[in-house]
Design a protein around this ligand. Structure first.
Ligand code: HEC
Length: 285
């Protein structure tokens, strides 16, 4: 074999090695991109969210944050109490059924008792009339106003939105609701003229800072906690936001658990396929 031919062969070989490395590199970087995408899906709505209007949101340390986030059920149970005793005067929660509360660690009996505490409209009966009866676990949290106009009539023209999906509906999610509830300023900045019966809250999404909701959580021990937790305004706010986060996605823990399994599965198979490919193509070189 003359030296020229040998050199050519050698060069070809080096080239193919190089090509193989490039392919492997592209393959790996594609997998990495997939991984980043999955991470983005996990963290997306919390880590990258910021408010477009108003001041930067307060950054609260939530138990449900992150890939392995879980619900703090004690806090959510207290939050239910805050919702019932404070927010439910104006806001409905129509997508949550009483039976869903078993997720929070309530027993069937406790859920029955909570449901029975509500009057639910039912009917019509034999006489064609609607009637009220105590709630059952299969009922949903009842509406508060018969219609939107009635709601606006008693809320200074504004409509208190249903809170079931509120955390999902706002950029910034839980941080936004927390910032909003704790962000009232009793004295508006100079130059802002408040409308009648309006309140100043720079976090409110409409951008003007004027909101028709009076500050709902204002004094410590406004709600009586029975589990020993001290009911500061910050604590009650955190609890009610935890509750609303759960309400907006009760199946979050399953979703995240599944996500982790998918990532592990993808990783294992990526490695496996990489070595399988290497092995299969080894002789072709
Ligand atoms: C006295 C009635 C009242 C009470 C009590 C009340 N709200 Fe409201 N809420 C309103 C009204 C009215 C609006 C609409 C405000 C507007 O459009 O100016 C509103 C709006 C909201 C919004 C939507 C803000 C947005 O970005 O659109 C959230 C979230 C909210 N309330 C949460 C709560 C929570 C949580 C509680 C209990 C801790 C609560 N509210 C108690 C009347 C009330």
């Amino acid at each position: 074999m003359d030296i020229e031919k040998f050199a050519l062969q050698r060069a070809n070989y080096m080239l193919s090695l190089f090509e193989f490395n490039i392919r492997g590199f592209i393959f790996l970087s594609m997998q990495l991109r997939k991984l980043l995408l999955i991470l983005f899906i996990f963290y997306g709505n919390t880590a990258f969210a910021s408010s477009e209007h108003g001041p930067e949101l307060k950054n609260v340390n939530w138990s449900f944050d992150g890939v392995q986030g879980t619900f703090d059920r004690q806090s959510i149970q207290r939050g239910l109490k805050v919702y019932k005793e404070v927010c439910s005067a104006c806001h409905s929660l129509k997508r949550i059924a009483f039976r869903n509360l078993t997720d929070l660690g309530f027993t069937e009996e406790e859920v029955k008792a909570i449901a029975a505490g509500y009057n639910i409209q039912d009917g019509p009966n034999q006489e064609g009339e609607m009637f009220e009866r105590p709630g059952r676990p299969s009922d949903y949290f009842p509406l508060i106003y018969p219609n939107e106009q009635a709601a606006r009539a008693v809320n200074n023209g504004a409509f208190p939105p249903d809170l079931s999906l509120m955390v999902k509906a706002r950029e910034g999610g839980a941080d936004y609701i927390y910032s909003l509830l704790t962000g009232y300023q009793s004295v508006p900045p100079k130059g802002v003229k408040l409308g009648e019966n309006m309140y100043y809250n720079p976090y409110f999404v409409n951008g003007s800072g004027q909101i028709a909701m009076p500050p709902p959580i204002t004094t410590d021990n406004q709600v009586e906690y029975t589990d020993g937790t001290i009911a500061t305004t910050a604590q009650m706010t955190k609890d009610v936001v935890n509750f609303l986060q759960w309400a907006s996605e009760p199946e979050m823990e399953e979703r995240k658990g599944l996500g982790i399994k998918v990532i592990i599965f993808t990783l294992v198979f990526t490695i496996l396929f990489y070595y399988a490919k290497k092995r299969i193509w080894r002789r072709v070189k």
